[in-house]
Design a binder for this molecule. Structure first.
Ligand code: PPS
Length: 295
């Protein structure tokens, strides 16, 4: 039932042509002026690509695997979400202002909307990309359960909008390519959800090396265990159940939904898959970026 406090599902607002959640678009002026610190670490992703997963990995690395310390606060309080803003919750900018740098910061912004101070300071960036088909499915369910963005419509309608970039944060294709092209100019580690799924310990070691942490086999093993889908799904500090139901309704679809690669096969019809593949070929023409849709 809709409560008086429940925000409606406002239309997206384009910022430089990129559709954003209305409340996020409203703080983009403040976001643009954000001053990054050279020792900040930026976690960047297109939505539904493994942001929460890599965030927990990074926080555990920083806290030497101390799970109790990580359980003090929800992930979105420990790693502020730069452009986040909704009624009645502190915005990302507010959280960042309350704690002195260096920060670990989450963003879903495409390269052209990232505040320029991140490029100027050349702070470290970890980008995680996930294959488009699984992102589209995950995003479809997420758009149903989160109330601050427009309803996705039917699966077929949503898939069309996804291919056209008419969803929050715009085109997946431009996002993953835009960040891929930046990786050589920046101190950036570009990771894939599918690689994390395939061999979490290998990917955690990559992150530790990038963050110049000594490779410690026991710590890697512990972090891989604590950040498994099973553990994170039941951890109230990582599964987003602490967000008010008026904003995220896990009864519609849990935030920690399936956590697998290849779930698209349960959602796409044969015709949708053919149409998607043909469109994908056009949109990804000329890039060296490659994805796996199964492992
Ligand atoms: S958000 O809202 O954009 O920040 O979401 P994000 O965290 O990027 O993506 C959510 C999807 O990631 C899955 N997930 C995981 N998969 C495997 N292992 C772990 N530990 C894990 N944590 C989150 C989550 O279930 C969402 O994917 P789907 O396919 O919907 O299950």
């Amino acid at each position: 039932m809709k409560t008086d406090r429940e925000p409606e599902r406002p239309d997206l607002i384009p910022i430089q042509g990129i559709p954003l959640v209305k409340y996020f678009a409203e703080v983009m002026g403040e976001v643009e002026g954000f001053q990054a610190h050279p020792d900040d670490l930026l976690i960047s992703t297109y939505p539904k690509s493994g942001t929460t997963w890599i965030s927990e990995v990074i926080d555990l690395i920083r806290k030497e695997g101390d799970a109790e310390q990580c359980r003090q606060n929800p992930i979105y309080m420990r790693i502020p979400f730069l452009e986040f803003a909704v009624p009645e919750l502190p915005s990302g900018i507010e959280l960042l202002r309350n704690v002195p740098p260096p920060h670990v910061i989450k963003t879903h912004l495409p390269v052209q909307l990232l505040p320029k101070s991140f490029w100027e300071t050349k702070c470290k960036i970890i980008y995680v990309a996930r294959n488009a088909k699984d992102v589209a499915v995950s995003y479809y369910f997420f758009n149903q359960m989160t109330k601050v963005q427009p309803h996705p419509g039917t699966w077929n309608e949503f898939l069309e909008k996804f291919m056209a970039g008419d969803v929050p944060y715009g085109s997946w294709y431009d996002h993953v390519k835009g960040w891929w092209d930046k990786r050589k100019e920046q101190r950036m580690l570009y990771l894939f959800y599918e690689d994390l799924k395939e061999d979490p310990q290998r990917e955690i070691r990559k992150v530790m090396e990038f963050l110049q942490r000594p490779p410690d086999a026991r710590l890697v093993e512990k972090i891989a265990h604590l950040t498994s889908f099973k553990e994170m799904r039941q951890n109230s500090m990582t599964n987003y159940t602490s967000i008010p139901t008026a904003l995220m309704d896990h009864k519609i679809s849990p935030f920690m939904r399936k956590g697998i690669t290849g779930d698209w096969k349960n959602q796409f019809t044969v015709a949708q898959n053919e149409r998607f593949d043909a469109n994908y070929k056009k949109q990804m023409e000329g890039t060296t970026l490659q994805f796996r849709t199964e492992i």
